[in-house]
Design a protein around this ligand. Structure first.
Ligand code: NOJ
Length: 538
């Protein structure tokens, strides 16, 4: 039975994350902006994605590059003006592209007027908008909770003699989501953007929203080892993923439901079994709780097949799956699995059942860029240096063409470009018939043409050695996806798996229309899609 969700635009659609600082600069300050994005919408239409998600563009002191919001209903001048934003929505919609914003409700900036008021005195009406606690009896922090970015999660405020909690930087105080006034204020901010026509939100750290009402200490993590990020020393059972969070998620969803065809995505790093709870009772939670499992799974056929099975089985009835291969917090996929496998990864992402989210530049095979110590921007790396947590390397400027700064900006970019940026740029790759960019374009086109690929069910066939084989089936039509996750050739007997039809696409873009014979032969690092050509499909 088809799920209700599969009738929605976002079920068949493909999301594309833009990190606005790094996409396109239009005013020569070395930082990307909204006008820059508008100028590049043609590229995104040509690529074939359905929606763009913009990392935060709101007024911010940029302590965490926009994830520290000082005004939930404005545009930071670095990115442009509200007129620019309106023009972006209008132009994107005219091109058939949806626009998703980043909502950061767990914490604001410490420069937000709400927090300035809140910290001004213990009896300020906004005091309870944030999480203030008395010191522990020894004068130290109220609990052992740690900041994700290093150190205690509590910051002492001399003037009022209490600590406030911040799950991230001390410049990002956590809002108190147990306070109905806070909820109402954020819901109003959401309506502001929804009225402007935005098509939904990706909600930052949605599983952090509610903290333990008894403020109990988190237990130690027995698996913690030196070299891991310091916050991993504790298991955050009391500071995140509290049961009451799901009530808030349901409320966020009901705000979304006041408008037609909008989407609520939750950023959630939790094991699959907990993650799926965020679909909510009767699926009234997030329509897409982000599934990041591919970011950390071992790149082996059996591991990936087991992961897909586990996820598919854990999904509540009618829930629509989704898959993510990269984002602005994690190392680039092309560096993690290598450039040859990056193509196979693209085919995997775009042929699994569920909404895929692409990360800007992955379609160019952009790799993690090494950042010299003096160029480091990321506050996480600055706080916890040298253990590889830095996120700058996956946030480097988009590589457009062979001109200076790869066409990103006429000024020195805020982060260095990849050394090969002017070579491996969109213009060159678009002109190269077998490039990874053209592979992404072909995959997106095929996904659009064949409902088996977008909406079909998933049937696992084999995961042996480096071979991962599955079928996608929809209303009597099916395609088969065969991925070689290793460098050696693989032969599969066609009869054994009921192979029929022709090669619709190879990751190497050189086998179109090849009839499948007695064996299906995959070259090393090759993935193929086999089926009946779209025009044969009735
Ligand atoms: C998750 C975001 O993706 C990350 O970039 C940010 O630093 C934290 N949330 C804090 O907002």
């Amino acid at each position: 039975m088809e799920s209700v969700a599969s009738a929605s635009w976002w079920a068949a659609g493909v999301l594309y994350q833009i990190y606005p600082r790094s996409f396109q600069d239009s005013n020569d300050d070395g930082i990307g902006d909204l006008r820059g994005i508008i100028d590049r919408l043609g590229y995104l239409s040509d690529l074939g994605v359905d929606a763009i998600w913009l990392s935060p563009i709101f007024p911010s002191p940029m302590a965490d590059f926009g994830y520290d919001v000082a005004d939930y209903v404005g545009i930071d001048p670095i990115f442009g003006t509200m007129d620019d934003f309106d023009a972006l929505v209008l132009t994107a919609h005219a091109r058939g592209l949806k626009v998703i914003l980043d909502l950061v409700p767990n914490h604001s900036s410490d420069q937000h007027p709400w927090f300035i008021e809140s910290r001004s005195s213990r009896d300020n009406p906004k005091r309870d908008w944030y999480i203030w606690r008395d010191p522990a009896p020894d004068g130290g922090p109220p609990t052992n909770w740690l900041s994700e970015f290093g150190g205690s999660g509590w910051e002492y405020d001399e003037a009022t003699g209490q600590y406030y909690y911040h799950a991230f930087l001390k410049q990002q105080p956590d809002l108190n989501w147990r306070n109905p006034e806070v909820r109402a204020a954020i819901y109003e901010a959401m309506r502001f953007w929804l009225r402007k026509g935005v098509d939904g939100f990706r909600v930052d750290v949605i599983w952090h929203l509610i903290k333990d009402d008894q403020f109990r200490d988190n237990p130690p993590n027995p698996d913690f080892r030196p070299g891991m990020p310091p916050h991993a020393a504790l298991i955050p059972i009391y500071s995140a993923d509290r049961p009451e969070t799901l009530d808030v998620v349901a409320e966020l969803r009901s705000v979304i439901e006041e408008f037609d065809h909008r989407l609520l995505i939750g950023e959630i790093y939790l094991p699959i079994e907990r993650l799926v709870a965020y679909y909510g009772a009767e699926l009234k939670g997030a329509q897409l709780p982000f599934n990041f499992a591919l970011l950390s799974t071992q790149w082996h056929a059996r591991e990936i097949a087991a992961l897909i099975d586990r996820y598919e089985q854990a999904l509540p009835s009618g829930a629509w799956p989704n898959w993510v291969l990269g984002n602005h917090d994690r190392p680039r996929v092309a560096s993690r699995v290598g450039p040859a496998q990056a193509r196979v990864a693209a085919m995997l992402l775009l042929t699994l059942r569920g909404t895929p989210t692409m990360y800007y530049g992955d379609e160019l095979g952009m790799e993690q860029v090494e950042i010299a110590p003096e160029d480091v921007q990321d506050p996480f790396e600055k706080n916890v240096p040298g253990i590889g947590v830095g996120r700058d390397g996956c946030r480097t400027p988009m590589q457009w063409d062979a001109s200076a700064n790869a066409g990103f900006s006429d000024a020195r970019p805020w982060l260095p470009l990849a050394p090969d940026a002017t070579q491996d740029c969109a213009a060159n790759l678009r002109a190269d018939a077998q490039s990874i960019l053209n592979l992404y374009r072909a995959l997106l086109r095929l996904r659009r043409e064949l409902p088996q690929l977008s909406l079909g069910n998933y049937q696992p066939l084999a995961a042996e050695g480096d071979l991962l084989l599955y079928r996608r089936h929809h209303q009597g039509q099916s395609v088969l996806v065969a991925l070689n996750l290793g460098p050696d050739p693989i032969s599969v007997a066609s009869d054994a798996i009921g192979l029929d039809g022709e090669v619709l696409l190879s990751t190497m873009l050189d086998r179109a229309s090849e009839r499948v014979g007695a064996t299906l032969d995959l070259r090393g690092n090759e993935g193929i899609i086999v089926g009946r050509a779209p025009e044969e499909v009735v």
